[in-house]
Design a protein around this ligand. Structure first.
Ligand code: XMP
Length: 515
């Protein structure tokens, strides 16, 4: 079976539903090794056919002795492929191979002191006393036959174990989180010293392979590429352009849900940096019409996704011989739109929002990439910094930042507030330091007073977050005087707003966008 990305060496991550599974994948990629997250019950022949250099068993919420606990076929450990179990994966390995697992007398959570007992191979070149991140209720009490203890903590006798002959390893702590400072070293030791990886996952290789793949797929047909001006779609456009040159036509749909001045900016940016043809569609009226009366967030995304496809197909028909639609779907979009194991959080419009009746076939060269990888590809392709470092902006645009029904009046309010926030952040140098900054318009009104008159108007919520890859996020600690200035300006300059709030929620439990 071919990997989705080419003939790279790769590692398979079997997902037991752990909250850090995506983070494990990112860390492995940072070690220049391609990896893919697969369901824990992927049949062994399928797994073997991918010829992974190693297998990582993720953490997960279950206990190994629960009747329906997710498990793997014990044959997995006989394939001769190195395995690293993390947290639940570590316990499962111990349980299936004859060790004992039991509830810990004391739950270990947070930073924990770890003592290395046997350094080779995972802890080589490290101190004997280390800090790691623990989060577990069960623990391995005795390792299976053939295994030795590699590290322990005060409460966990088998914090790391290994069978050095069979190349099977387990760690109770989480090497993938930043709170385990030596975690990357441990993962690198597993990937390079144990699995024998060479590290062939580089963005330059990725570009060459994607270009060849697109050429082979498209042949002499034409491709329509949906661009929004963001880094994902521009990177796709640049890749497809490199692959098939004049067979590419780009399309920008102004759905009227863009930020202030954005449609014009995109048009200028595009003509400056892309040789391919750009169709600029003014679809503001039709999107607004379709959104009339739509209040449910998922329904909104669906309506917008469908309307996009309608516009794309109309133009593809006009171009002729245009069977393919290229778009900038990323790995987290795929994951968050719901896989069999990961619950659906929201339908990213370019994944689950596509209608069944769509005729065009998709080209999604970034489908297995994380955002930081896309930015590196964009740099490698020579895209300008204003595209590479552009804040992410959702496909459904301001429609998911206007809660409840989307109207022209509400869009004008949120657009004006957003412009003030971003103007002030740019002026003070904060715009480059945060992942995203935007305004949200909730569907409520409250009483205020202005010029001795009662007002009954909307609040604006400011959402400014730090994030590494949008899978998690924290609110930015903006200076108080900056927040006050933004708040004053919004209430003074944006008609219809009498209150400004700052969103202090992290993701999880919130998401970055409000819908
Ligand atoms: P959430 O709100 O799920 O967002 O925490 C994570 C990141 O994804 C962006 N986002 C989208 N991007 N199409 C996109 O291209 C979408 O439908 C979509 N919804 C959310 C969001 O802005 C954040 O960066």
């Amino acid at each position: 079976m071919e990997t989705p990305i080419g003939a790279h060496e790769q590692v398979a991550i079997l997902d037991f539903g752990g909250q850090y599974t995506q983070l494990i994948a990112r860390r492995v990629r940072e070690c220049n090794v391609f990896c893919e997250i697969l369901p824990y019950d992927t049949p062994l022949p399928d797994l073997r056919a991918r010829r992974p250099k190693g297998i990582i068993l993720s953490g997960g919420p279950a206990s190994v002795y629960e009747p329906n606990a997710p498990r793997v076929d014990p044959e997995l450990f006989m394939l001769g492929i190195p395995v690293l179990g993390i947290c639940y994966g570590h316990q499962l390995m111990a349980h299936l191979l004859g060790g004992t697992v039991q509830p810990a007398a004391q739950r270990e959570y947070g930073r924990t002191l770890l003592t290395v007992v046997h350094a080779e191979p995972l802890f080589e070149q490290l101190d004997f006393h280390l800090t790691c991140w623990m989060s577990h209720g069960d623990m391995v009490q005795t390792p299976p036959p053939g295994f030795i203890v590699l590290a322990e903590t005060e409460n966990t006798p088998v914090a790391a174990m290994g069978d050095l002959q069979r190349h099977l390893y387990g760690v109770q702590f989480h090497p993938e989180v930043a709170h385990t400072p030596f975690g990357m070293h441990l993962l690198r030791q597993f990937l390079y010293a144990v699995c024998g990886c060479k590290g062939d996952w580089t963005m330059r290789n990725f570009i060459e392979e994607s270009v060849a793949r697109i050429r082979a797929q498209v042949g002499s047909e034409r491709v329509l590429c949906a661009v929004s001006g963001g880094v994902d779609s521009c990177t796709v456009a640049a890749l497809v352009q490199r692959a098939i040159g004049e067979q590419l036509t780009c399309i920008f749909v102004d759905h009227g849900l863009m930020r202030a001045g954005e449609a014009e900016q995109v048009r200028t940016l595009f003509t400056q940096h892309f040789p391919s043809r750009l169709i600029f569609v003014d679809a503001r009226e039709r999107f607004l019409q379709r959104l009339q009366g739509v209040v449910d967030p998922e329904q909104k995304r669906k309506v917008i996704g469908e309307e996009f496809v309608r516009v794309f197909e109309e133009h593809a028909d006009a171009i002729g011989q245009c069977r393919y639609l290229a778009q900038g779907t990323l790995y987290p979009d795929v994951i968050e739109s719901g896989t069999r194991l990961a619950a659906k959080i929201k339908t990213h419009h370019n994944v689950g929002g596509l209608p069944d009746w769509m005729r065009m076939e998709l080209i999604e060269p970034l489908r297995y990439l994380f955002k930081d990888e896309v930015r590196r590809v964009a740099q490698e392709l020579g895209l300008p910094p204003e595209i590479v470092w552009r804040q992410p902006f959702p496909g459904p645009g301001l429609a998911v930042r206007v809660l409840g029904e989307v109207t022209a009046e509400k869009l004008a309010i949120v657009r004006a507030a957003d412009a003030i926030l971003n103007e002030e952040l740019t002026r003070t140098g904060w715009a480059q330091r945060v992942w995203q900054a935007f305004a949200v318009l909730p569907d409520v009104r409250s009483v205020g007073v202005m010029g001795d008159q009662r007002t009954y108007q909307y609040p604006i919520v400011l959402r400014v977050v730090h994030s590494e890859d949008a899978m998690t996020a924290e609110p930015a600690e903006l200076p108080w005087d900056l927040l006050l200035r933004v708040a004053n300006r919004i209430s003074n300059e944006v008609p219809g707003v009498n209150r400004v709030l700052y969103d202090l929620s992290s993701k999880p439990p919130a998401t970055i966008e409000w819908e």
